[in-house]
Every structure is written in structure tokens, then in C-alpha cells.
Design a protein around this ligand. Structure first.
Ligand code: ATP
Length: 302
């Protein structure tokens, strides 16, 4: 085994009849990395995770986790990793505590004081029957289950789904802390901002194809933004159109807005050279716009 690689997929492919859910996925995720797997609904994220977890067999290709083949060593792998499936099904008549006890027994014990720490951080009542919990609170029970054994790798399908923003932040901290202790974290998400906050690198998947894998810092600098400036006078759009990465310039009185995917310094310089800038707002592009950025790049290089 290559000690530096925690999760590897090679040509991982899954067809459901005519549906090409996942096509030839190659990933290499080093130990201790937080890797965000980003894509819209139906992109193939769950298919990837379920294939990695040996819940479904790939049409082609293979995967390994902690150096073990995910099919041949699926039982052994589960002993070392924490897994949060996307379709978390918990027995409704059991309490959160019962469920965690069940999982703890499968793992031959767990540090209950750590479980209490996780419970307090995520703020959930484990004495309630899970059937009576909201979906967000059920998700928290699933998260405690994934984290509680201090696993070497965490694989989580949309871990923040149903959580309110404060708890999402807490979960992001928990992921970061786990990674700082050497745990490799693989999470799927359809929210760019979430993944940007927590991940070291992001893989973007769409229609079963991996579009790119980027460091979060690169993604941010490449990503399209909507930038709006308030100026002392009405702008000449040509000033902004001349800046590399600017498109769709729209002038309305003293406000000028544009799509922008480039060096923010260059844009601000151009603005300041010609006008007094009174206010500026820059809004992150959504996932669709990011995809467009990459498609445009693909076309340019094609
Ligand atoms: P979501 O965020 O909605 O969960 P996803 O990125 O996880 O999306 P997948 O659930 O992996 O996407 O689905 C990928 C594609 O495979 C979709 O077109 C989906 O309809 C299809 N698909 C998934 N499971 C099956 C199945 N059991 N049979 C047939 N098609 C399937």
C-alpha cells in the first residue's frame, strides 16, 4: 500500500441499464485531506459513495480505502472508517442512545464520554425515539455514529443535509479537527459554499463525469462572481470590459455590475484609476455558474 493515499478510485464506472451514473472516475485522496465531492442532484455522488462502500458493484473499475480493496476487504474497511449514508435509515422505535449502543457493540466498544461530547456539540437529545425526531436531529444521530469511533477515514453523503446553519458550522469544525488528527474526510455536497469552507480540495462531478479536481483556493479564484460597484459618476462600460475575466457589464446610473472570473486586484485597479469607488459587493457564483466557467475553459482548450 501507498501510505500516503487514503482513498483511491481507478476507472470507477457504474451503469444502471442505459443510465451512465458514473463514468471512469479516477481519484486519489491523500491521508488527512478533507475532500469535497461537489455536484448537483443526480450527478453521481451517491453512486460513487455506495460503490466505494461496496453497497453496489461497479460496472467497471475499482476502489480502495486505507490500502484495502473496497470489495475484497469491505468488512475490514468498515472497522476503520466512519460512514454516513445519504439515505440514513434508523429503526424508528429505538432511541438515539439505543442506536449508538448497537453501533458501538458492532465496533466492540466506544468511548462514551466522546459520544457525549459529540452529542453536546451537535445538540441532540439521544433519549428520544428516532421516529419522533426531526430529519435534522436524525441526521445528527447518524453523524455521531460516524464520528464516535474516531475513525481513520470518514465517508459522508451530504452530511449537512437538514442541519441548521449553526450546527453546519459545528460539523465543519468537527471535520477539520478530525482531519488535523490524520483522519481522511470525504464528503459529498451540492453546496459550493459549504465545501469551500471545509475542504482542502474539491472534485466537481456532473452527469457522472468528474469535471475537475481543484484546491479550494484555485476554485475560488477561478469561480465566477457577480461584482457590483457604486461609483461617483455613471461608468463607461468599456473601462470594465477591458479587464480580463469581465463579462456582462451592466451600467445603471452610478452602479455598474458584471460577471467576473479573474484577478480581483486588476478589476479594482481599473475601477480606481477611473472613478471614486463608493461601495463594492462581490457575490459568489452558484454551482451552475462554476460549471459554466469550467465548460467555457474546456471549450477554450479543446
Ligand atoms: P443526489 O444529490 O440527488 O443524491 P447524486 O449526485 O447522489 O444526486 P446519484 O444518486 O448517484 O446522484 O444518481 C446518479 C444517476 O444515476 C441519476 O441519474 C440517477 O437517476 C441514477 N440512478 C441512481 N440510482 C439508480 C438506480 N438504482 N437505478 C437506476 N438509476 C439510478
Amino acid at each position: 500500500m501507498d501510505d500516503q493515499t487514503a482513498i483511491r478510485t481507478e476507472g470507477l464506472t457504474k451503469y444502471y441499464g442505459k443510465v451512465h451514473a458514473l463514468e471512469d472516475l479516477d481519484l486519489e485522496i491523500p491521508v488527512g485531506e478533507v475532500f469535497g465531492f461537489l455536484g448537483p442532484n443526480g450527478a453521481g455522488k451517491t453512486t460513487t459513495i455506495r460503490t466505494m462502500m461496496d453497497e453496489i458493484r461497479p460496472t467497471k473499475g475499482r476502489a480502495s480505502i486505507l490500502g484495502m480493496d473496497t470489495h475484497e476487504k469491505s468488512v475490514e474497511i468498515r472497522r476503520h472508517i466512519g460512514y454516513l449514508p445519504g439515505d440514513l435509515a434508523l429503526y424508528p422505535n429505538l432511541t438515539g442512545k439505543d442506536i449508538l449502543t448497537y453501533f458501538a457493540n458492532l465496533r466492540r466498544g466506544v468511548d462514551w464520554s466522546y459520544v457525549e461530547t459529540l452529542r453536546a456539540r451537535l445538540d441532540v437529545d439521544l433519549s428520544q425515539k428516532v421516529g419522533n425526531l426531526s430529519s435534522g436531529n436524525r441526521q445528527k444521530v447518524g453523524l455521531i455514529q460516524a464520528f464516535m469511533s474516531k475513525p481513520k477515514a470518514l465517508i459522508m453523503d451530504e452530511p449537512s443535509s437538514g442541519l441548521d446553519p449553526l450546527i453546519q458550522r459545528e460539523l465543519q469544525k468537527m471535520m477539520r479537527e478530525a482531519a488535523d488528527e490524520g483522519c481522511t474526510v470525504f464528503l459529498s455536497s451540492h453546496t459550493l459554499s459549504e465545501v469551500q469552507r471545509v475542504a482542502d480540495r474539491v472534485g466537481i462531478i456532473r452527469h457522472g463525469h468528474l469535471i475537475t479536481v481543484e484546491a479550494v483556493s484555485t476554485l475560488r479564484s477561478k469561480a465566477m462572481r457577480r461584482v457590483e460597484l457604486e461609483l461617483d459618476v455613471t461608468a463607461d462600460p468599456r473601462v470594465f470590459e477591458a479587464v480580463p475575466g469581465v463579462s456582462d457589464v451592466d451600467v445603471e446610473n452610478h452602479r455598474v455590475s458584471m460577471s467576473f472570473g479573474g484577478d480581483m486586484g486588476a478589476l479594482l485597479k481599473a475601477a480606481a484609476e477611473h472613478y471614486a469607488v463608493i461601495d463594492i459587493s462581490s457575490q459568489e457564483a452558484d454551482l451552475e455558474e462554476i460549471f459554466l466557467t469550467y465548460y467555457r475553459d474546456e471549450k477554450v482548450t479543446a
